[in-house]
Ligand binder design. Structure first.
Ligand code: CA
Ligand code: CA
Ligand code: CA
Ligand code: CA
Length: 705
């Protein structure tokens, strides 16, 4: 029921109606296209319950300017008057329809950069006619990620409404009884492969169901999106790489952008296209030069009848590293061996390998004597622990001992790095894995841990990712003390983020993945694809930029967080298939995913923040980061290396590659109390959720300069 109104607003309403009728009568009203006169079953379903959409600051209605149905007519706010140009429905295809469902709200020219024009247009199924009604009151264009915006946040009649970068302002808040679809499709069943050749495979699955309808299936390998196919297709032919093991799976997506949990993983290793029994030639021209206790090797590339894929580097008889390439990129011909003893002679040889494990004869040896000083990045490395599961989160206690989470085993270990002695604090309750990257993830302790005993934990549950805290007393988790600080962060097989870090401001920062749905990253109402900022008690800090937990957005799968000496937050993020990135995070910043990956894609979009450093995914895929004396250390999985980068202003300079291949995949790096680093590996069983099928090291790195 309309509330009784004062005379003045009523007069405004009446005059608006008269004005609108006059305009409508004076223009030729376009006829309804025949295709839309007979609604489909889907449209009929959507046509239920038209409603108004009101701008929050003014209470005025979203209104097609002048009550004109001509395609291209803009929208504005106007006194609510129950005219057809203020009556909206939200279709199952995520369209906002008006004029009795004959016109769709539309972003002019498919614009994706701010500002853009919002208008009505003939409904055509375009991505620029799909909208998301968000829980925080914003209405975002699916294609552009931009927010519907009352110009200048004004409240006057006839204020135009356009599209602007989402900024949390009141002019971007709307109220409506229209309800979006928030139910994701069911998990695609029976993921399976057909014929597998050296360069292709057929991949299929059973149809998912959805309360509205499945629109797309997104096919991934190991967290990388390969392709999206429109439903009802239930199979796709994929290009694969001979000899390279991939885990294939598929997620179903509906029109509203809800993404299902992933199917089971189907593991493939394509056969070689041609048998190769011919080893590469030996590398030649090997040289070794020492600078302090660091040795740099260089050699000339070997050749092969097909291709050289890797070089193994031996110091004496011990293999100390591997430099790898891919089917499309040759391996580098340089290697840095650090943390050597001073004033000692070392002898190196290098061998080349092809893609089928044929190994060349050894290169000629190169011998070199190290210098006396530690004037180098790394002095020494020692192993302080081993684990049969994947160490993920790691914190140092005041006595110098370590707590680390075991991702797939779901428990927390207390390690004495001096003796290697381990005790188990206990199993964290309600942890669930994802047959992928989810599980027991990041850890953090507040500065007042000694008195409060709170251990902060980020983990996957059966329904979501969440941040909890549990007291540690008498070397045990007190599970009865558990408090769930933040739940409802979407989970999926991959892209679960998971790092926690307390800032110098006493706030808890958390990195969340996009849950395999890039749209989440630009959706400020979503907790996914974000850096979040919480008070230590789990409440929203009053100075967060959007009145929510969101601190920055537009992230894909961030897993590294660290603060520098100026209190600035740096973040490490996995890209899709091209580039990974390190970002300097600013309050409210938009880091561009999914339109922009590293520096590729629509990275020039206004408002997108550029990364401080990028890495080809084959040389990166980095997870944890740590900052010691304003040098950033980046632990990389696929790149099997630790990057060392000097923070200089807002840049990262003097990039060095450490431990290239020496320890395999690296997950977590943390500052150690002696000014060095803790470093953990993630080599085996790291793409499954099977507990204790790994063979990992916990290392201590003594840093030099
Ligand atoms: Ca749905
Ligand atoms: Ca060969
Ligand atoms: Ca980015
Ligand atoms: Ca495992």
């Amino acid at each position: 029921m309309m509330p009784h109104r004062s005379r003045r607003p009523r007069l405004f309403v009446l005059s608006a109606v008269v004005a609108a009728l006059t305009v409508a009568a004076s223009l030729a009203v376009p006829t309804v296209p025949a295709a839309q006169a007979a609604p489909t079953a889907q449209a009929a379903q959507a046509a239920a319950a038209p409603a108004r959409i009101t701008s929050v600051p003014s209470g005025r209605c979203l209104d097609v300017t002048g009550n004109v149905q001509t395609p291209g007519t803009g929208v504005n706010i106007y006194d609510c008057n129950n005219q057809a140009n203020q009556s909206w429905t939200f279709s199952t295809a995520s369209e906002l329809k008006t004029f009795a469902d004959t016109r769709c709200l539309d972003v002019a020219s498919h614009a994706t950069t701010s500002p853009a024009k919002a208008q009505i247009y003939t409904c055509n199924g375009g991505a620029n006619q799909q909208w998301r009604l968000n829980a925080n009151g914003t209405i975002t264009g699916v294609e552009s990620g931009l927010c519907l915006d009352v110009t200048g946040g004004k409240t006057a009649n006839s204020t135009p409404v356009g599209m602007l970068t989402c900024n949390g302002s009141a002019g971007q808040k709307f109220s409506t009884s229209l309800t979006p679809d928030t139910t994701p499709p069911s998990v695609p069943g029976n993921a399976h492969i057909g014929t597998l050749t050296c360069d292709s495979v057929g991949f299929g699955w059973n149809a998912s169901t959805d309360n509205v309808g499945v629109t797309f299936y997104d096919v991934f390998h190991d967290g990388q999106l390969m392709t999206s196919v429109a439903a009802p297709a239930r199979r796709v032919d994929l290009t694969v790489v001979a000899g390279v093991k991939w885990g294939l799976y598929v997620n179903a997506r509906d029109a509203a952008g809800n993404v299902s949990q992933a199917s089971r993983t189907v593991s493939i290793t394509p056969p070689q296209c041609q048998a190769d029994t011919q080893p590469p030639t030996a590398p030649t021209g090997l040289t070794a030069t020492a600078s302090g206790t660091t040795v740099t090797l260089n050699w000339k590339a070997a050749t092969d009848n097909i291709s050289v894929r890797a070089y193994d580097i031996y110091r004496g008889s011990a293999k100390v590293g591997t430099v790898t390439g891919t089917a499309s990129s040759t391996p580098a011909t340089t290697f840095v061996d650090s943390a050597l003893a001073p004033v000692t002679t070392y002898v190196y040889v290098v061998v080349a390998r092809d893609g089928q494990a044929n190994v060349s004869v050894k290169s000629a040896t190169a011998s070199v004597k190290t210098g006396s000083g530690y004037a180098q990045a790394v002095c020494s490395v020692s192993q302080v622990g081993a684990d049969t599961d994947i160490p993920w989160g790691l914190v140092t206690l005041a006595d110098g001992s370590l707590l680390y989470s075991r991702r797939d085993a779901h428990d927390i270990v207390h390690l004495n790095p001096s003796t290697g002695a381990k005790t188990t604090l206990g199993t964290v309750p309600n942890v669930s894995s994802t047959d992928g990257e989810g599980g027991l993830l990041g850890l953090a302790i507040a500065p007042d841990f000694a008195s409060t005993h709170w251990l902060y934990i980020m983990h996957t549950s059966a329904t979501d990712n969440r941040i909890v805290r549990i007291k540690v007393e008498n070397d045990k988790l007190v599970n009865s003390s558990e408090q769930v600080l933040l739940s409802g962060i979407l989970r999926n097989k991959f892209h679960d983020g998971g790092r926690l870090r307390f800032g110098p401001d006493g706030k808890l920062y958390a990195s969340t993945g996009d849950a395999q749905n890039g749209d989440n990253a630009q959706n400020l109402a979503s907790l996914n694809g974000k850096v979040l900022r919480l008070n230590a008690d789990g409440t929203v800090p009053s100075d967060n930029p959007y009145g929510s937990y969101v601190w920055s957005y537009g992230h894909r799968n961030p897993q590294g967080l660290a603060f520098d000496s100026q209190g600035r937050l740096w973040e490490q993020e996995f890209g899709n298939s091209v580039m990974d990135e390190t970002n300097l995070i600013v309050k409210g910043g938009n880091y561009g995913w999914p339109a922009c990956e590293g520096t590729t894609g629509s990275c020039g979009t206004a408002g997108f923040r550029a990364p401080a450093q990028t890495y080809p995914t084959s040389e990166g895929s980095c997870s944890g980061i740590a900052i010691v004396r304003d040098v950033l250390y980046v632990a990389c999985e696929r790149g099997t290396r630790l990057y060392r980068e000097v923070i200089s202003g807002t840049s990262l300079t003097n990039v060095q590659v450490l431990f290239n291949g020496t320890y395999g995949r690296l997950r977590t790096v943390e500052p150690a109390p002696d000014g060095g680093l803790w470093l953990t590996t993630s080599n085996l069983g790291d793409k499954d959720s099977i507990a204790n099928n790994s063979d990992e090291k916990l290392l201590h790195v003594t840093l030099g300069m």
